[in-house]
Ligand binder design. Structure first.
Ligand SMILES: Nc1ncnc2c1ncn2[C@@H]1O[C@H](COP(=O)(O)OP(=O)(O)OP(=O)(O)O)[C@@H](O)[C@H]1O
Ligand SMILES: [Mg+2]
Length: 283
């Protein structure tokens, strides 16, 4: 870690000290397969390395994040699964420890029952469920990072209402301004109703095919469209075979390209921290 990065993490610690509770970050967008869950699991690994106390929450019944973390870290099932925790109004027994710094609320297929549980509730109570249950837990962490599904649903509504910041990974070569605008409108609607403090950190471009020139042109277009709001991350994620290997065998740091790929995610993580610090200072 260089001086600038150390300073950044120090500044974050200072902000957290006054806040006295975790900053909650959501990785989400209404598009599947854009690397949201991978970003979440890499953030877990990196935050742990940087000695931040982190709670990861997997609110996707497919459990992509949970399965991915299980390749790198050892953990048992929680005493009560995530759905039971939500149902009983207590999430503490749904948390498992991965390392000294890193905790996880693993996904469970029972999350499938959530829409049924909340069917007769008001929209407000339903949307605020996760947020309310995180309140007593937030003081135990520096960051809470939520991963969820790419569709409008009780899962995403809960995650959006429980978050301070949204990170929006998108596939630069395929994305349209219209889709982005629709997603932002969705966020704004929930922000207005239930979570006035919600803010966007920005868009993280995910490039699947880095060689084609049209893709570079699309990325340039995305940057120029957001020149004024500065929402597009300078650091981007590129497709890498290392990631597929890590998905099978867990993250390593001493094989070919390990350092390069890890550093690609570290740069995005640190840019996120830098952007959050700016946003916090503006508050
Ligand atoms: N940088 C990368 N390089 C190579 N493969 C990647 C990279 N990031 C993600 N992948 C792979 O792409 C696939 C989709 O990624 P991921 O599950 O993170 O997407 P997602 O946005 O969470 O999808 P969903 O919306 O379905 O939850 C996975 O197989 C994942 O391992
Ligand atoms: Mg996912």
């Amino acid at each position: 870690m260089d001086q600038k990065e150390k300073k950044l993490l120090n500044n974050l610690k200072i902000i957290l000290k006054t806040k006295k509770e975790a900053i909650t970050i959501l990785n989400n967008y209404f598009k599947g397969g854009v690397g949201k869950s991978k970003l979440s699991s890499m953030f877990a690994y990196i935050a742990d390395k940087f000695n931040l106390k982190v709670l990861m929450i997997d609110k996707d019944l497919q459990g992509t994040l949970t399965k991915d973390l299980a390749k790198t870290f050892k953990f048992n099932d929680p005493r009560k699964n995530f759905y039971e925790g939500l149902k009983n109004g207590n999430l503490t027994t749904s948390i498992v420890h991965l390392t000294e710094n890193l905790d996880l609320i693993p996904a469970t297929f029972d999350l499938m029952l959530l829409p049924k549980l909340t069917r007769s509730w008001t929209f407000e109570n339903e949307s605020k469920l996760l947020s309310e249950l995180l309140k007593p837990i937030k003081k135990n962490y520096d960051l809470i990072i939520i991963d969820t599904v790419p569709t409008p649903s009780v899962y995403t509504n809960n995650a959006i209402v429980a978050s301070d910041y949204v990170m929006i990974p998108l596939q630069a070569e395929e994305e349209s301004t219209n889709n982005i605008q629709n997603y932002i409108s969705y966020l704004l609607d929930l922000q207005e109703q239930f979570n006035p403090n919600l803010d966007m950190v920005g868009f993280v471009p995910y490039l699947v095919n880095t060689s084609s020139s049209t893709i570079k042109a699309n990325l340039e277009e995305l940057y120029s469209e957001h020149k004024e709001d500065n929402l597009v991350f300078k650091n981007i994620i590129k497709r890498s075979n290392r990631i597929s290997t890590w998905s099978k065998n867990g993250i390593t740091e001493n094989k070919g390209y390990d350092k390069k790929v890890l550093s690609m995610y570290e740069k995005v993580f640190l840019e996120m921290i830098e952007r959050i610090i700016h946003l916090e200072e503006e508050k």
